[in-house]
Design a protein around this ligand. Sequence first.
Ligand code: PLP
Length: 408
Amino acid sequence: MAIAIERNSPPVRSGSFGPQWDMGDEEIEELIEVIRSCKLNRLSGSKVDQFEQDFAEMNGVKYAQAVTSGTAAVHTAVGVIDPNPGDEIITTAVTDMGTIIGILYQNAVPIFADIDPRSGNLDIEDVEAKITERTKAIIVVHVFGNPCPMEAYVELARKYNLFLIEDCAQAQLAEYGGRPVGTWGDFGCYSFGGKHMTTGDGGMVISNRDDLAHRLKWFADKGNPRSPVYEHYYLAPNYRMTYLQGAVGVAQLKKVTDAVRRKQWVANHLNEVIDGEKGLSLQPVLPEATHSYWVYGFHVDAETVGANAAQFADALQAEGVPANAPYMVYPVNKYPVMAQQRAYGTSDFSYASEEAAAVDYGSISLPSSDKFLETTVVMPMNPSYSDQDAADFSTAIKKVADHYRSKA
Ligand SMILES: Cc1ncc(COP(=O)(O)O)c(C=O)c1O
């Protein structure tokens, strides 16, 4: 239930906020061109090819493979590395189920490492502690757009001869060490559903791996090389992006840099506010990193503030600004699909390997993952936010913090 702050005072904000994406004539013109061409399917026109080339160029990589979603992007990356049934893939439980689905579909075993309770990103020491002789890959997730320490992950993956996949669904245009995230690992995976840019639904996998480039291309197309022969080399889904999506992608990609810059400006403004409020604190960003702020997250110390993150987010909503907490009700391992361990009929496949006992996902202890979800308030970031919108956000945060602290 929303908690009204100072019931007699009007909310900080009564009007609505602008759209999540800058969408208009450019997308319409691209779409008209595709529809007039009568070539809507990936195999008949050229817009997805152009989108892939532009995306590869923007990130400075050799290969970009468009797919139908962020979930499909991670599945494609996992399919390309071709795990044996029972191979383990280490990742975080504070993520969208889309990070995990591809692991299960390829009959590999998701292994959850804990995270840093403040950045929300994987705890690299716990990742290393969970590596076994069955580990095939690590999937890092740059939570909210906040980059993981990629140099250290590249070193770790090399040390144990593992594949490194970056789930950049939330982190398009974020950087680590002056390079875009997604370019450090073997594969970088993107989502164009509700993220920095949109194609309705859609996704992309980027890579510099010459040796896996064909498999990457074909995995998204039923394992079929098409040219010079039409045949199917291995089991793979149809994740082909349509030209309608590709056309929107071409136009959206031209706008995404400005969109992220605007979000970063708003986030920097909020950083100053949060930094000055007793009991509130920032999601820390590594000095070598640039956060791209798909959303803005900050922490609430319930004891100092006199309210927890969920109460704080409710109060912000009552003040007319969007906020929510927790980001997820619980970590991914507690979702029924994981906790009940039923993906394929009545077997516990692929939650167990022949060598290892089935992982009891429901009872895994990930205390820092729980803590992050308990303390974090999330505010959506839009490129349409005006200076006044940013000011309303900060006024609402200060008002709610003052209100609760005065009662604590
Ligand atoms: C970190 C992460 N990975 C994967 C996905 C899946 O993307 P999609 O919804 O496009 O399948 C999401 C979507 O929320 C995400 O946030």
